[in-house]
Design a protein around this ligand. Structure first.
Ligand code: ARG
Length: 561
């Protein structure tokens, strides 16, 4: 319908192309103002006429083709009222003809690498890592829906001088038993202990450096301790992924690039990019208003950036990505800007395909989250707490539903995920239990609840034959719902373009709200079969889009809740 209106206008307006007309065409805030509105203000300059006059002229020229009920002029706008039944038919047929409705094949044959989650071995998986995990996973689903092949890469922080420190700490103050029993918590304890002791005795730092050098040179003892710490940590990380229902294609962490850095350093040297400063090798970035990118330390050991450069080159070679996306906190902005620049200076034009996708902090309202020792908030604890709270809500609201445990899990986790994705990435996420678990708010549980309501309507009706009487759908409430349905493909493509899952979460709430209005105002299970089945089919369509939209966020939908 929109295209048809664009065509109409395009035929009458010489100084504007179809694309611009399309971008100007608005959906009015109120249905009395029509289904589409064309603002004539931009044309005022060209035509040297007041916008209302232009609107009037256009109205006369356009007349009223049969897909429109009427065209009206209002304050410089040309308002189009489309034929409702025809409009409804078009939206429904558009939906039915596309088995991947909302998606596309724009990504056919292209690979996107997403580097996300990437927690650090021997450190807790905290709420910040929960954000990269949730955002990265959602971007993965969105790009997959658009036909891209996505490589989900978990760039574990499993290499670096801190492991030298941990080995020294373990040898001095650790025990096998304690590490086996307490896992990461114990590793963190001895790591803190190391720093306390090293304050007093600097030689511990030399020892630590020596152990990391040993690791870099493949020393068996050093590597076997490191490997053990890595396994123990990974086991804990896997528990979080399992709760979230997430998988990765690669766990190639920083250690994976140990033998891939030397060639990179050689190449940097050979391209004349390396400078030696105070014994360290650096790439000078003063010209670009950035501090230098550190490639090796004085003692020859590699750094975080060195491994990122080697990893990017490896990924380009292995996956030939069209984009490689890095989801981390905003505080790493400079780090990525620096080494992206180094790749560019090396002469690789694909440096433009590297993208840092940053996000804001997590803050807590009321500070009532249960914390373990040391004020670090474990992702796992938050997830369990949310499931627990959801369980009590369900116990109160609907104690007799089947699979209570599974429902509590899907809703409790959905609530956290949805809350994380409800605003622009860069905004801080506020943890407010009351808000994020509110079944009537702009929340995950609200959308899930709406889905379950739709599912229950269909369960009651039973088999729904494909009856569509479009005249049944011409009231404002049904039209408003249909318009939400029609908007979905644009929503998905906007979310991908901006790399902003919140575009989808906002949409899910809008669709749920439009549906609930429809549910309350348009009785579905009525005598008249034309009405009943037409409306039931709209329920089925809405239900499937709600489920799909939530799946793009990484959220599941229970059939009852
Ligand atoms: N391990 C890092 C951290 O926890 C994040 C790694 C992000 N990915 C990357 N390729 N640098 O802060």
């Amino acid at each position: 319908m929109k295209n048809k209106i664009v065509e109409l206008l395009d035929a009458q307006i010489e100084n504007m192309d179809a694309e611009e007309i399309n971008s100007l065409l608005e959906i009015p805030p109120k249905s009395e103002m029509g289904d589409f509105a064309f603002p004539c203000f931009k044309l005022a300059k060209v035509f040297r006429k007041a916008p209302p006059m232009i609107a009037l002229d256009l109205k006369e020229k356009i007349g009223c083709p049969d897909f429109l009920n009427k065209v009206e002029c209002l304050g410089g706008y040309l308002n189009f009222f489309v034929d409702k039944s025809m409009f409804a038919r078009q939206i429904v047929e558009n939906y039915l003809s596309d088995s991947n409705y909302g998606g596309s094949d724009e990504g056919q044959g292209k690979t996107i690498c997403i580097d996300y989650s990437s927690p650090n071995v021997a450190k807790n998986f905290h709420v910040g890592h929960l954000r990269t995990t949730i955002i990265g996973n959602s971007l993965n689903k969105i790009f997959t829906k658009l036909g891209y092949h996505v490589e989900r890469i978990n760039h574990l922080g499993d290499w670096g001088t801190q492991f030298g420190k941990l080995i020294v700490a373990y040898k001095n103050w650790g025990s096998k038993k304690a590490v086996e029993e307490k896992g990461i918590e114990e590793l963190m304890r001895i790591y803190v202990k190391f720093h306390e002791e090293a304050e007093k005795d600097d030689s511990l730092n030399d020892e630590a450096r020596a152990w990391f050098t040993k690791m870099e040179h493949g020393d068996e003892e050093a590597l076997s301790i490191w490997k053990w710490f890595r396994e123990i940590s990974l086991k804990e990380f896997m528990r979080v992924y399992e709760l979230l229902g997430m998988e990765f294609d690669s766990f190639a962490g920083e250690s994976f690039y140990n033998d891939k850095m030397q060639p990179v350093i050689e190449e940097l040297k050979q391209k004349g990019l390396i400078k030696v400063s105070d014994g360290a090798q650096i790439v000078d970035l003063e010209e670009y208003n950035m501090p230098p990118c550190l490639i090796t330390k004085k003692d020859g050991s590699s750094l975080y950036a060195t491994r990122d450069i080697a990893a990017a080159m490896y990924r380009k070679k292995t996956y030939d990505f069209s984009k490689c996306i890095y989801v981390t906190g905003l505080e790493q902005k400079l780090h990525f800007a620096q080494w992206f620049k180094v790749i560019e200076l090396m002469g690789y034009d694909w440096s433009k395909d590297l993208m840092h996708v940053p996000y804001g902090l997590v803050s807590l309202k009321g500070g009532k989250l249960s914390t373990r020792k040391g004020h670090v908030i474990y992702a796992e604890d938050i997830l369990h707490e949310s499931i627990q709270k959801t369980r009590s809500i369900i116990e109160e609201k609907n104690p007799n539903i089947p699979n209570k445990e599974e429902v509590a899990k899907q809703v409790g986790i959905g609530a956290i995920v949805f809350n994380d994705l409800y605003n622009q990435r860069i905004k801080d996420v506020i943890f407010d239990w009351e808000k994020l678990l509110n079944f009537d708010g702009e929340t995950g549980p609200y959308v899930q609840y709406t889905y379950a309501r739709a599912a229950s309507v269909i369960r009651k009706i039973g088999d729904v034959p494909s009856v569509y009487d479009y005249s049944v759908l011409s009231d404002d409430v049904s039209m408003a719902l249909l318009k939400e349905i029609a908007r979905y493909p644009q929503v998905v493509s906007d979310a991908a373009e901006k790399m902003e899952p919140f575009v989808v979460s906002r949409y899910a709430v809008a669709l749920a709200q439009a549906f609930n209005k429809f549910y309350h105002e348009c009785q579905i299970n009525v005598e008249d079969e034309n009405i009943k089945y037409t409306r039931a089919n709209i329920v089925i369509i809405t239900k499937s889009i709600l489920k799909d939209a939530l799946s793009l966020l990484g959220i599941q939908c229970p059939e009852q809740m």
